[in-house]
Design a binder for this molecule. Structure first.
Ligand code: PLP
Length: 357
């Protein structure tokens, strides 16, 4: 089966197999990872290895903390302003689709939040150009969503925010390509697309940004408290961290971020090249802003949607239905989607067009 689900968690098959093998007895410990004390030597080694692998693969500089938290990216929509906005009392948000709009709405509770730029004029089919951004040099941070999972736009450039720290929700494209972490003040992501199962939230934060938490911030969501406790202030999502570690090892074996990015570019190109060559299907996103992770597309006639999905399902291609807010179809092609999956989809799309075009 090729699973085109936008989440949670499409994992590489070798990782699932290894997890199944180790399920009852991890490395001769006699325990499942789920049964381990999070402060015991076995789990501490898994935790440290996972963190080190993430640092190595993403090239995270030494002046950044990696936190393994819970609450998901929607939790971070509140946790980020609670921790950072106190530095100046205000923050800039760039709106590029549903997820960044949600982040902006949530942040308003915690300070003065401004829209620095919006893609609304294009109905969020294109990113607002950097020259149009109205950034406030007094903002505590500038927030973006690097990949809009629903709308299908993605940043293929890193915004220049001067001395103001750039904060990015990378939930749906973290670990899909090399990035220069040093250009960001903070990166957060729910793990459940490219890294592991849901339940784990990754936060990568520059150390000098710690220490501005608003007094209302719960201790478990206070980055400084978690950084000082090595993400063990409360019980971390141990099993999700373990699976994330297996995924990271797998990614390293594949050749790291460059190899993964090349694979993802190839997959996306196959799908977009086909979409651009047919009038039967349509993807309205500006070419330079198209997501390599989530590819929304619409059939010429919505009345054919059910037949399209049924035929796909019969051929082992599942979860292609578009997000309920936008309709149509969406092919999510995260790291774990093999190139054969995308080729099979395009093959089927051609066949369906021949029958119904
Ligand atoms: N941000 C983005 C870009 C997402 O894709 C998602 C989920 O799909 C979320 C936030 C919400 O994440 P969570 O469900 O982990 O809170």
């Amino acid at each position: 089966v090729f699973n085109f689900s936008p989440g949670p968690a499409t994992l590489p098959e070798p990782v699932l197999r290894q997890a199944a093998e180790e399920m009852l007895d991890w490395h001769g410990s006699g325990m499942s990872v789920m049964e381990m004390s999070h402060r015991g030597k076995e789990f501490m080694s898994i935790h440290a290895e996972t963190e080190d692998l993430l640092k190595e693969l993403m090239g995270i500089p030494a002046n950044y903390k990696v936190l393994f938290m819970q609450g998901g990216a929607i939790g971070e929509n509140a946790i980020v302003p609670m921790n950072l906005i106190g530095a100046t009392g205000k923050a800039d948000y760039v709106l590029t689709g549903d997820w960044s709009k949600k982040s902006y709405k949530e942040a308003k509770t915690y300070g003065q939040v401004n829209v620095a730029a919006t893609g609304e004029a294009s109905k969020f089919t294109a990113l607002p150009k950097q020259q149009e951004w109205k950034l406030d040099p007094g903002a505590a941070y500038v927030h973006i969503c690097s990949n809009e999972t629903i709308g299908g736009v993605q940043f293929h450039w890193t915004p220049d925010t001067g001395r103001v720290p750039l904060v990015a929700d990378m939930s749906s494209d973290i670990l899909s390509r090399p990035i220069d972490v040093a250009k960001y003040g903070l990166i957060y992501a729910g793990a459940q697309k490219n890294i592991g199962p849901s339940g784990l939230t990754i936060v990568i934060v520059r150390e000098d940004l710690l220490g501005h938490a608003l007094p209302v911030t719960p201790s478990a969501f206070n980055y400084k408290v978690q950084a000082e406790a090595d993400s063990m202030y409360n019980t971390p999502p141990t099993y999700a961290i373990y699976i994330a570690g297996l995924v990271l090892k797998h990614v390293k074996k594949l050749g790291g971020m460059k190899a993964v990015a090349q694979h993802n570019e190839e997959k996306a190109a196959i799908l977009y090249d086909f979409l651009d060559a047919t009038a039967f299907y349509r993807n309205p996103i500006a070419k330079e802003d198209r997501s390599r992770m989530n590819v929304p597309f619409w059939l010429k006639d919505d009345a054919l949607n059910d037949a399209f999905l049924k035929g796909a399902q019969e051929r082992g291609m599942i979860q292609l239905k578009g997000h309920r807010s936008v309709g149509g179809m969406r092919a999510s092609i995260y790291n774990a989607m093999p190139i054969e999956g995308v080729k099979a989809l395009v093959q089927y799309m051609k066949e369906f067009e021949r029958q119904h075009g």
